[in-house]
Ligand binder design. Structure first.
Ligand code: SF4
Ligand code: SF4
Length: 447
């Protein structure tokens, strides 16, 4: 934390064990799986989850989304945002304490490394308050060296979702990708070595707006003020009041005292709950710090169904329905036809009117084998068609010329409708277009 003087106030969290910390180890494991595994798994030759910024394609669970699927991506982002709102309104900041990469890396890697090299929280604080010595210097250097390794691993894992795990981890990615890894690793290192809990307090947008998402029925870490106060004194141990041991404060990675009430800095990590469960459990009392709601502490019944949770749930259902509907009706390829730039029609010397078009085909099918596409034109009798069939691999695009010629005839209409038909083995589309002739300039002789 930064103190009023503007200097860094270091937090030295004491280590703690307990049932919530054991539960958190499992959720940490789930995050490692989500972070490290998907870029290595392929479906049909494509990554399970990867956003290729260069080709502007998102590979997700066997599907490929291109720039033309922007609406689907927006729906996905909206769904995730409202899922977070819904979850927060019910369970508060469980995400922060149990699954956020910031918390997970700090709690599972950085704090244990620090404890291993520099000793427990009391020794660390004493050494930092003392003068620089050789002992302090080598420990800091060793600790920062390991932090750097963790930072690079975290940055590589993150970038694998954009550059491909195999390319990145085997040195086959480009200089841009490795430059980004270096930048992210430097930021992670700064965070691990110095910024830490300040990220949650000052930078994280979720921490800023979460107070607008919660109410008195939201689950939070709370201190039982009714039973706990007044704290200390000879009879506190027998009466189950707070014995002022300060363990809940000493274990807090945010450097706050939960007994002062709900604070924005609290990341709901439940370390204070485990600490107090241990202390009060030894005295034969229930913990004074627990998961609870303001309503419960005021003796009111819990309500999961509230206007805000119902609104979020309805929006989530609506977004999911639209998303599924759009995915189900999504075509395996896209085709568009447009007139070639600068050419409305040309009257050829051999007595034909010529229209030239550009046909664009994009293969969205995630199957790895190239697909054949057959192009034909319908609706123009006597037309001479010059079209090109093509094979396109997954996610490939092509722009093909399409030339249609019609013999000039007397009374030839100025505009004729036609359909361009593009067919793959499993799907076909018909594109409306028009053939322009200008009446072949009134059949080549206006008089
Ligand atoms: S751990 Fe429990 S008993 Fe100890 S100071 Fe905190 S609330 Fe009081
Ligand atoms: S007050 Fe408790 S739950 Fe909140 S950050 Fe501190 S230890 Fe974690």
């Amino acid at each position: 934390m930064v103190g009023f003087s503007g200097t860094r106030k270091w937090v030295y969290p004491m280590s703690v064990t307990g049932r919530f910390q054991r539960l958190r180890r499992w959720t940490f494991l789930a995050l490692y799986i989500v972070l490290f595994v998907p870029p290595w798994i392929t479906i049909g030759g494509h990554p399970l989850l990867q956003l290729d910024l260069e080709s502007r394609e998102l590979f997700a669970f066997g599907a490929i989304f291109t720039a033309s699927d922007t609406i689907l991506l927006l729906l996905m982002l909206l769904f995730l945002a409202f899922a977070l709102f819904f979850f927060t309104s019910l369970f508060g900041r469980l995400w922060c304490g149990y699954a956020c990469p910031q918390t997970v890396f700090l709690d599972a890697w950085i704090h244990p490394i620090e404890q291993w090299i520099e000793g427990d929280w009391v020794r660390r604080r004493r050494r930092d308050e003392g003068p620089w010595t050789l002992d302090r210097a080598w420990r800091k250097a060793a600790k920062w060296g390991l932090f750097a390794v963790v930072s690079v691993v975290a940055a590589m894992a993150f970038m694998s979702f954009f550059a491909g795990a195999r390319e990145l981890w085997t040195g086959r990615a480009g200089p841009v990708e490795y430059s980004l890894v270096a930048i992210f690793a430097a930021l992670w290192f700064l965070d691990f070595a110095w910024f830490r809990e300040q990220f949650c307090s000052f930078l994280c947008p979720y921490a800023r707006f979460q107070s607008a998402l919660t109410d008195d029925q939201t689950l939070n870490i709370m201190y039982n003020i009714e039973r706990g106060e007044p704290r200390g004194g000879v009879s506190a141990r027998t009466e189950g009041r707070c014995i002022a041991c300060n363990k809940c404060v000493n274990v807090c990675p945010a450097g706050i005292d939960i007994r002062n009430g709900f604070q924005l800095e609290c990341i709901a990590c439940a370390r204070c709950v485990d600490a107090c469960e241990d202390v009060m459990g030894r005295l034969g009392h229930e913990t004074l710090v627990s998961y609870s709601t303001v309503a419960t502490t005021q003796g009111r019944p819990p309500h999961r169904l509230r206007p805000r949770t119902v609104a979020y749930a309805s929006l989530l259902t609506g977004i999911a329905a639209v998303f599924v509907g759009m995915v189900m009706t999504r075509t395996p390829f896209e085709a568009t036809v447009s007139r070639a730039p600068g050419s409305l029609f040309i009257v050829d010397p051999d007595g034909f009117v010529r229209n030239t078009y550009i046909l664009r085909i994009t293969n969205n099918d995630p199957a790895s084998a190239p697909l054949p596409f057959h192009v034909s034109v319908e609706g123009l009798k006597g037309a001479t068609i010059t079209a090109q069939d093509i094979r396109l691999g997954s996610t490939e695009s092509a722009a093909l010329p399409l030339v249609i010629r019609l013999p000039v005839t007397a009374g030839m209409p100025r505009t004729l409708p036609l359909q361009v038909r593009v067919a793959s083995p499993s799907y076909r589309v018909r594109l409306d277009a028009t053939f322009k002739s200008g009446g072949a300039l009134a059949a080549a002789d206006p008089d």
